[in-house]
Design a protein around this ligand. Structure first.
Ligand SMILES: NC(=O)c1ccc[n+]([C@@H]2O[C@H](COP(=O)([O-])OP(=O)(O)OC[C@H]3O[C@@H](n4cnc5c(N)ncnc54)[C@H](OP(=O)(O)O)[C@@H]3O)[C@@H](O)[C@H]2O)c1
Length: 185
């Protein structure tokens, strides 16, 4: 498997195992984040697989666009973007979608969007692709429910679900369950 050139946003915390897996199977991976300690720890762990880390606050839309262009200029067309973006940056997903698509109009790419929120509607309402060369795969994070008790997903389950979504062909992967929603922890 060769994932090509991959950008990861929000992959330095709970999702770091998935970021490491991506780095192993990609030609070049760039993980973005604000926290320098987290970035350098990740680089130390997966740098041998060609992982590069870059400091970025993705609420800064102009910097976000610049970083994407910079990645494209240095490493060529982008095959996949994996993004777990907080609600603090509502413009980040559309900005990434537009910027990557416009930089490489004739190249199809995959946008893996991880969604978790206290709001079920936000999780299940599909993100629409506004660009013809962008294929969206959504990862909807739920919870684990066994009739008596419920708990949130572990880091490992979140990473495993994301890896499964990347490897598969489905446009939607639910990790855990979203029902019954009122039984969430
Ligand atoms: N459904 C479930 O089972 C489940 C389980 C666990 C968590 N969650 C939910 O998942 C959400 C994420 O939790 P968390 O924040 O603690 O996760 P985290 O994985 O520890 O951190 C969030 C990731 O996003 C990055 N990030 C956040 N804001 C950023 C910004 N402005 N610019 C660039 N990167 C940014 C962080 O990098 P930096 O640290 O470098 O900023 C980090 O990589 C929460 O809402 C939580 O409730 C759900």
């Amino acid at each position: 498997m060769n994932l090509g050139h991959v950008l990861v946003f929000g992959g330095t915390g709970m999702l770091q195992e998935a970021t490491g897996w991506i780095a192993k199977y990609a030609e070049h991976t760039i993980a973005f984040g604000r926290n320098k300690q987290r970035l350098s720890r990740l680089q130390g762990e997966y740098g041998e697989h060609g992982l590069e880390v870059r400091a970025l606050d993705y609420t800064d839309n102009e910097r976000l666009k610049q970083e994407i262009s910079h990645s494209y200029v240095r490493h060529g067309s982008i095959n996949m973007v994996v993004a777990w973006i907080h609600g603090t940056a509502p413009r980040a997903i559309p900005t990434i979608m537009k910027q990557v698509s416009e930089l490489q109009e004739n190249k199809q790419w995959t946008f893996v969007i991880i969604k978790s929120s206290g709001n079920l509607d936000r999780i299940i309402t599909p993100v629409k692709s506004t660009e013809r060369n962008c294929i969206i795969k959504e990862v909807q994070l739920g919870f684990i429910y066994n009739e008596n008790t419920s708990r949130w997903l572990t880091h490992e389950e979140i990473s495993r679900g994301t890896i499964q979504a990347i490897k598969g062909n489905k446009n939607k992967t639910i990790v855990g369950t979203l029902t019954p929603w009122n039984q969430r922890p």
